[in-house]
Design a protein around this ligand. Structure first.
Ligand code: GDP
Length: 139
């Protein structure tokens, strides 16, 4: 199968706690190649847009507040089977259910402050990569 991509964000909790370096190392050790990466901060409008699929959920307001509280690191990652393999590497949404050795098991606090994002489909990976990066920022 040809290499494909996924989009990750190291979320504000993990950036503020100083875990970015360890998380990026776990990602690279797992065989992902970085196509694009930047430190950035989501505005309220951009966070609402990114998580629009969850806009009817009771936690939407809290999620937007959390994702805008400080800088994030956004990155496009390339690997065979990138979306599925990255979801395995990050672990379950709720760290209480995340397997040993996953990023969320190591660094997440709770179901909301869960350290990292990973795209859930190839289609969404392409949309999310374009959300954060222009074509000239990807290598
Ligand atoms: P993901 O694909 O594993 O990130 O999970 P989802 O797409 O279901 O949810 C998006 C993000 O919303 C999660 O990563 C959490 O930060 C947050 N979230 C999900 N479920 C809950 C919840 O029940 N309560 C709260 N407060 N936040 C949640």
């Amino acid at each position: 199968m040809a290499s494909n991509i996924t989009l990750t964000m190291i979320k504000p909790d993990a950036v503020a706690a100083g875990h970015s370096g360890k998380i990026i190392d776990m990602i690279i050790q797992a065989g992902f190649r970085v196509q694009a990466m930047k430190l950035t901060r989501l505005s309220t409008e951009k966070a609402q847009e990114f998580y629009a699929v969850h806009s009817a959920r009771p936690f939407f307001g809290d999620l937007v507040k959390f994702m805008t509280e400080g800088p994030i690191i956004a990155a496009v990652l390339e690997k065979e089977n990138a979306v599925e393999d990255f979801r395995k590497l990050i672990g379950a949404t709720n760290p209480a259910n995340a397997e040993e050795g996953t990023i969320r098991k190591a660094f997440a606090t709770d179901i909301e402050r869960n350290a990292v994002h990973g795209s859930d489909s190839n289609e969404n990976a392409a949309i999310e990569a374009s959300f954060h990066f222009a074509g000239v920022e990807r290598f």
